[in-house]
Design a protein. Structure first.
Length: 94
């Protein structure tokens, strides 16, 4: 599992979300180009397939970053909780 520097993970996820939104805009432009007969149907189909693949990869990258962040945070929480345990002797029971 890849580990990231987690101070910039939210920025990375924001960047990926913006990429995904831009990809959606590009899809809309291609649909308009097809409707206005600026491009042919086979060109549209080819680019639409590539845009779907890119969208799939973006979603997969975002999912992996979120999983890595959750794993890292869980590990940090576990370490923090284990370091807070009492190190003194337990009270005597009569």
């Amino acid at each position: 599992m890849a580990y990231y520097k987690f101070h910039g993970v939210n920025d990375k996820l924001t960047f990926y979300e913006r990429c995904r939104a831009s990809l959606g805009e590009l899809r809309n432009h291609f649909e308009e180009a097809l409707d206005n007969s600026y491009i042919e149907k086979d060109s549209y189909d080819r680019f639409f397939q590539e845009m779907n693949e890119i969208g799939y990869l973006l979603n997969k990258m975002m999912r992996n970053v979120c999983r890595a962040r959750a794993s890292y945070e869980a590990e940090r929480k576990l370490k923090r909780n284990s370091s807070r345990r009492l190190t003194s002797n337990p009270p005597k029971v009569d």
